[in-house]
Structure formats: structure tokens, C-alpha cells
Design a protein around this ligand. Structure first.
Ligand code: AMO
Length: 439
């Protein structure tokens, strides 16, 4: 079949006006382009709502003017030329009158969900199956805009603090975080893994650039079906050399988070303000356990660990007791942390690793790292790890590495908590989790 050329409109000298710019065009002829959001047909008087990336515009049309839209499903792509006119009852106080419609691309089927409803009425799996269309809904587009704002807030804050953005491989021979949650793959004729984090690379790059950050995908073969885990997520990583104490890392993480919160609030106004004291309140791990025991959320003999219920309780506790949406939990047990974690020499068994909770969910993990080769070799021997896959990493330490540390922020988790939605999949355009590989 020959490709259709009917999508080329007649020569038109008017530039495209974006819907958000209509207020400055009242009384003028304008040309809008967008999607057919919905139509109210009342016979002689009809209302067409057009959507572009900046908003919604109402078009008033009589029966003759409506002719090109006969039988046209919602989401068809239209061009409308008409006069912008003040109309207090229209969205945005403006409507287009005396319109001429031109169909740029006719939809051939009605959308699987009604996008003009305030809320999407379908199950999450259905919405994800039909992501190409359901993402056009205002709520879903807002989540994507939020993700972009958060990532930009992170980037700009770290750039200002003298960090350099880096780009590290996502296929590697060794895994950094341990555990079984790795995706093995065949790399030509050798086994390899999708990286669980840029951990080893960002540390090596501290030896090169001192302060680095990365925004990129990481992969976790997370078998559990939860509202806070993805098999691929966006990790906002930072790593810095020449730290004095772990407090330097927590202060930097706070700045990054504050930049993210400010960018989010600027992009999506009207959300509940985030409570973010400076410095962020923090609680040693063992004290957090005591708070949870006192509340009956954990029993004294339980494994020292923060469960989701424990995190939720600490979130409520921090809000009530400390007027903070954030809580730093410091000094995690060394055994619970990866091999690169610096122990706390003053508290045997504990580390200089920390987590940051946001509204009761872990969104940041960080800590000071070992920085001497001998320490790495000792820890690897204690943990029964073969150092040979880490040879290139260890070389960095052999040739001088400053005291350093860093952190990683789970972007989707921040977005989930910021919007207050139940499932991380609601803020992810095309989420990956066990059982979903498409779209
Ligand atoms: P960690 O493994 O704790 O630490 O991950 C860092 C942060 O990433 C987020 N996160 C996830 N988000 C969505 N789905 C998942 N499956 C998932 N797993 C983790 C969380 C978590 O706090 N290298 C270290 C970081 C460092 O020390 O710099 C690391 O990757 O928000």
C-alpha cells in the first residue's frame, strides 16, 4: 500500500500556537495542533476539546464545521484553525470559534481507556498493557514530568557542587552488590551480567575526577511482586573523594534531595509541601530497632533489619516526633552491607553505611567505602569472594584512593512517595518486573 499523503495540510502560513500561549492571542486567528481529547455533540452547537503538550483547549463548532470529524475516534490527531476568543466558561477562559478542522491522522479505533476522565478507570496491569495510550492521561503524564524534574534537580545540584556526570557500562563481568538478584547474559562467548549498580565504576572514577555522578538504568532480578521493586530502575548515583566523615555524604545527599524536591515542586505545583529539616534528622540503626520494639513492630530476638512495616513506622514516627518527611538511619550492621562498605571501628559489627527513608520508604542507600587495597583483600577473603573478577577495580586502590563514599537514590521510589501513589509501577513509563517484558 502506498503511504498516505493526506496528512500534509494545505500550505499554511500561520505558525503553530501552543495551547498555553492562547491568552496572548485573543482576537487573533491561530493554528492549533493536537489530539482529539473529547467531543460533546449537541447538534447545532458542539464542543471539541483539543490536547497538546501544554494543555487543553475548547473549540466551539456548528454542525457544518464538525463535518470533518464525523465518525472520528478520540485521540485522532488534528489541526484546527480559528479565532481565539475569551469565554469564561471554557477551560483556561478561552475558546476557538469559527474553526476549520483538518485531520492529520485519524485514529482507527477508540482508545482502550477514556483519557478525558479525571481518573483512569482500569486495573494497573491493563493500563500497563496499553501504556502507549494510557500514558497520555493527565495523571500519567504528570508522573513522567515529575521523573524528569527530579532527575534534572539531581543533576543540576551535583553539577553545582563540582561533580562530573559519568556514563558507565551496564554490562559487566563482576557484580557489585552481591546476592542472587542479577541477570546473567551471554556477552559474545563469555558470561556477563547486567549491572546491579554503577558502584565499582563510580568508585574507580573518584580516583580520576574526585566527584562523579550518574543517572542511569540498573538491573535487579527481584523475584518478589511488591509495590516498591522494579527489575530495572533509574539509579541516581553520586560518589565523592576526600571526605572527612560520613556526615559529609549525608549532607551532600540532603542537598541533592533538596534540589530534587524544589525541581518537583516547581514542575508540579499544588502538592503537599515536603518537610525537610536541615540537617536531616538521623537515628543510629540500633536506636531505630529500639523505636520499633517499643512500638511492637519488631520483637527483641528478630534479625536486625528494617522491614517495610518497620520503615513505614519510622516514617510516621519521624513526621510526628521530628516534623520531618525524611529520616537517616546510620550505622547499619556490617553483615547487611556489601563488601565495599567501610566498617565503623568504634562500633564493632556496625558499618559506616546509611539509608534515608522518605515518608516511610527507603529511597537512598549510601556510605563510606574501604579505600585501601589490603582492606579489600581481607574483606573478600573473610566473605569467601574470589578477587580475580575485581582485579581492575582493585588496581585503583593499589595506586592511591582518597577516603571516599557516596550514595544512590532510587528515582522511581522518590517519585512514588512524592505523589503518594501505592505502586512504583504507576510512576514508571514502561516498568519491568517479573511477569512483564512488554511494552
Ligand atoms: P541499593 O542496592 O540499596 O544500594 O540501592 C540503592 C537505592 O536504589 C533503590 N532501589 C530500588 N528501586 C526500585 N526497584 C528496586 N528493585 C530497587 N532496589 C534498590 C532504593 C535504594 O535505596 N551501590 C549502592 C548505593 C551506594 O552505596 O552508593 C546500592 O546500589 O531507593
Amino acid at each position: 500500500m502506498k503511504p498516505s499523503d493526506s496528512t500534509i495540510p494545505a500550505p499554511n502560513t500561520l505558525p503553530r500556537t501552543l495551547i498555553a500561549d492562547l491568552p496572548s492571542r485573543i482576537g487573533h486567528e491561530v493554528r492549533l495542533q493536537g489530539f482529539l481529547h473529547n467531543v460533546r455533540r449537541l447538534g447545532t452547537l458542539n464542543f471539541v476539546v483539543l490536547r497538546d503538550r501544554t494543555g487543553l483547549a475548547q473549540v466551539r463548532a456548528d454542525a457544518d464545521e464538525m463535518a470533518p470529524l464525523t465518525g472520528l475516534p478520540d485521540e485522532s490527531v488534528l489541526e484546527v484553525t480559528g479565532t481565539a476568543s475569551a469565554e469564561p466558561r471554557a477551560p483556561g477562559g478561552i475558546e476557538l470559534v469559527t474553526p476549520r478542522f483538518f485531520v492529520l491522522a485519524a485514529a482507527t479505533a477508540p482508545p482502550p481507556v477514556v483519557l478525558s476522565r479525571r481518573e483512569l478507570k482500569a486495573s494497573l496491569p491493563f493500563l500497563l498493557d496499553h501504556a502507549a495510550v494510557s500514558l497520555r492521561h493527565e495523571d500519567r503524564r504528570q508522573a513522567l514530568a515529575l521523573m524528569a524534574a527530579l532527575a534534572e534537580g539531581f543533576r543540576s545540584t551535583l553539577r553545582e557542587l563540582g561533580f562530573t556526570e559519568v556514563f558507565t557500562p551496564k554490562i559487566a563481568a563482576a557484580t557489585a552488590e552481591g546476592g542472587a538478584e542479577v541477570f546473567p547474559l551471554e556477552y559474545f562467548d563469555v558470561p556477563a551480567y547486567l549491572t546491579q549498580s554503577p558502584q565499582l565504576y563510580k568508585q574507580m572514577l573518584v580516583g580520576v575526577l574526585e566527584r562523579v555522578f550518574e543517572v542511569g538504568p540498573v538491573f535487579r532480578a527481584e523475584p518478589h511482586d511488591t509495590g516498591r521493586h522494579l527489575a530495572q530502575y533509574c539509579s541516581l548515583d553520586a560518589e565523592m573523594g576526600f571526605i572527612d566523615t560520613v556526615a559529609d555524604l549525608i549532607a551532600t545527599a540532603r542537598e541533592a534531595l533538596a534540589g530534587m524536591m524544589a525541581a518537583a515542586a516547581a514542575r508540579i505545583p499544588g502538592q503537599e509541601a515536603v518537610l525537610m529539616p536541615d540537617p536531616l534528622p538521623s537515628l543510629p540503626f540500633w536506636e531505630a530497632m529500639t523505636v520499633l520494639e517499643a512500638a511492637g513492630v519488631r520483637q527483641p530476638g528478630d534479625r536486625p533489619d528494617l522491614t517495610p512495616a518497620g520503615e513505614r513506622h519510622l516514617g510516621e514516627w519521624a513526621r510526628a516526633e521530628l516534623a520531618s518527611d525524611f529520616l537517616v538511619v546510620t550505622g547499619y550492621p556490617q553483615d547487611e552491607r556489601p563488601f565495599y562498605t567501610h566498617p565503623d571501628p568504634h562500633h564493632p559489627g556496625y558499618s559506616r553505611g546509611f539509608d534515608i527513608l522518605f515518608r516511610g520508604l527507603e529511597i537512598v542507600t549510601g556510605g563510606q567505602r574501604l579505600h585501601r587495597e589490603a582492606d579489600y583483600l581481607r574483606v573478600m577473603a573473610e566473605r569467601g569472594m574470589d578477587p580475580s573478577p575485581f582485579e581492575a577495580y582493585l588496581e585503583a586502590f593499589r595506586h592511591g584512593m582518597p577516603p571516599h563514599g557516596g550514595f544512590a537514590i532510587g528515582l522511581e521510589r522518590v517519585a512514588k512517595q512524592w505523589l503518594g501513589v501505592a505502586n512504583i509501577r504507576e510512576v514508571t513509563a514502561f516498568p519491568r518486573y517479573r511477569g512483564r517484558l512488554a511494552p
